[in-house]
Design a binder for this molecule. Structure first.
Ligand code: NAD
Length: 292
């Protein structure tokens, strides 16, 4: 596999494309926004017009787009123009239903397909350490794996089409809930007069330990460096967490899953967004507990 079309060169897509190019692939990019195109050219990515133009002769096309509606439209536009036996990889975070529809469209056009959303944020994209959660059949997975290994530190084949998106929203729903719980525990400790570094020492090695405490503690100056030490600058913005929670709620409605805490977390992050904190890191929930 040599020629890769990369569609969507934003905060995540551009560093991913740059890593592919640096490891020897021929990467041809496309984006609809001028500033994104200029940044891509400045980073050494060759552009070749619109999405249909860049997929000509490609071995694989990678999408890194804002949402399911856009990803589905772009996929529908490029699939007929992609060469036979080429591979479509959608790395955008989108709803499970649309992801499955994209797999069906790809099958109709006899193209291989993976949904491969990521965890790890912009830093993971830059460092090539993203976690990829991948859905699709074994042949598509084996064909896409070398590309994902370049852009990621961990690649998990989660199951058939849509399974990657399912894993992504389950993980992020759990993360949202655990961060709210972490914020509440540290806020309660403060009110009880308990030193927060002592609480960290206890919880991080006890049954309450979790990523939200151990790696991403929302209290400034406590635990490893995290966005709380940088005035809650992202990191992972409230608006992105809210997007993922809404996808999780849509999926749970469709299958009738009981997600009591997931619903509560969605309302809490929705309220933070309404209050104007959409751009802050999601761990800033600890500062807003009294307002929600
Ligand atoms: P972004 O808005 O920075 O980038 C998206 C890019 O897609 C933009 O440059 C936009 O111009 C382009 N685009 C939109 N419509 C297009 C079209 N029709 N054709 C070509 N390009 C088009 O967003 P991002 O932060 O890079 O996120 C991309 C995806 O990754 C989203 O689905 C997001 O939920 C997911 N994600 C983001 C993060 C993060 O930390 N930013 C982490 C994990 C997952």
């Amino acid at each position: 596999m040599k020629k890769i079309a990369f569609i969507g060169l934003g905060n995540m897509g551009l560093p991913m494309a740059v890593n592919l190019k640096a490891s020897g692939y021929q990467v041809i990019g496309s984006d609809v926004v001028d500033t994104a195109c200029q940044a891509a050219e400045a980073a050494g990515i060759t552009l070749a017009g619109d999405a249909q133009a860049v997929v000509q002769d490609c071995d694989a096309a990678i999408l890194m787009l804002p949402n399911g509606e856009i990803a589905s439209n772009v996929a529908a536009g490029v699939l007929p123009d992609m060469p036979a036996a080429s591979l479509l990889i959608d790395c955008s975070t989108i709803d499970v239903k649309t992801a499955k529809q994209i797999h069906k469209q790809a099958a109709k056009h006899k193209k291989k397909c993976l949904d491969a959303p990521v965890s790890g944020g912009v830093v993971g994209a830059e460092n090539g350490t993203l976690t990829f959660m991948v859905g699709g059949d074994d042949a598509a997975f084996e064909s896409g794996r070398p590309l994902l290994d370049v852009m990621g530190g961990k690649v998990v084949h989660c199951g058939d089409g849509g399974a990657g998106q399912a894993a992504k929203i389950c993980n992020n729903m759990l993360l949202a809930i655990s961060m709210i719980g972490t914020g509440e525990a540290f806020a309660l400790a403060e009110k009880l007069g308990l030193d927060q570094n002592r609480l960290f020492d206890v919880v991080s090695t006890s049954s309450g330990s979790c990523w939200s405490v151990n790696t991403y503690c929302p209290v400034p100056g406590v635990g490893p460096t995290s966005p709380s030490d940088n005035d809650y600058k992202p990191g992972f913005a409230v608006s992105l967490m809210l997007k993922d929670l809404k996808l999780a709620m849509a999926a749970s409605d469709e299958v009738g899953a009981h997600v009591h805490m997931g619903k509560e977390a969605t309302q809490i992050y929705d309220r933070m967004s309404e209050l104007g904190y959409g751009d802050d890191d999601f761990s800033s929930i600890i500062k807003q507990l009294g307002l929600l």
